[in-house]
Design a protein around this ligand. Structure first.
Ligand SMILES: [Fe+2]
Ligand SMILES: [Fe+2]
Ligand SMILES: [Fe+2]
Length: 172
């Protein structure tokens, strides 16, 4: 129970709405974690080792985001989602199941789409809480910066793999 944490913001914004949107983000983080984690395991294609390591690293970072969100939900006297079934009820980002024979560029594109959804999510939470709930706003801005770095890294890998495919085809 963190009564003062709630008291200082409840005149400025609807705390239940904040908790609800944090639970949506929590669902999305778990799905992002699994999408990266399982993608790293099944991927095939150029630069596999490097991209696998990046996916595994991002999985851990999404897991860390989930923990930050749960801690904030509890501070706001909310209840974090307690059952994985609820992840699909709450998420507004699509879960991108690895497809197309697990080819690496396809997985990079799928995870880029998920990162873009995460960027919109944290931009939204930051805007909603700006000037009203400093702690949640700071949290959203911190995670937003991580998701933007993730998007950039995936785009860079996509460029590199495409360049490699182009070079390889020159010698065939
Ligand atoms: Fe995340
Ligand atoms: Fe991410
Ligand atoms: Fe990264």
């Amino acid at each position: 129970m963190a009564k003062e944490s709630v008291a200082i913001i409840k005149d400025k914004l609807n705390v239940n709405r904040v908790i609800d949107v944090l639970n949506k983000a929590l669902a999305e983080e778990w799905l992002a974690f699994y999408q990266y984690w399982i993608g790293a395991a099944v991927m095939k294609g150029a630069m596999r080792g490097d991209i696998q390591r990046e996916f595994e690293q991002h999985a851990l970072e999404e897991f860390g985001h989930a923990k930050l969100l749960v801690d904030r939900i509890i501070q706001l006297e909310g209840t974090p989602l307690l059952h994985p079934q609820r992840w699909f009820e709450y998420t507004e980002c699509a879960y991108e199941e690895p497809d197309n024979d697990f080819e690496i560029t396809r997985l990079l594109l799928q995870n880029t789409a998920s990162e873009r959804c995460a960027i919109r999510r944290y931009q939204g939470i930051a805007a909603m809480t700006d000037g009203k709930d400093f702690t949640t706003c700071d949290l959203a801005k911190k995670i937003l910066a991580d998701e933007q770095a993730h998007e950039q890294e995936l785009q860079d890998f996509l460029d590199d793999v495409r360049m490699l495919y182009r070079e390889t085809s020159l010698y065939e």
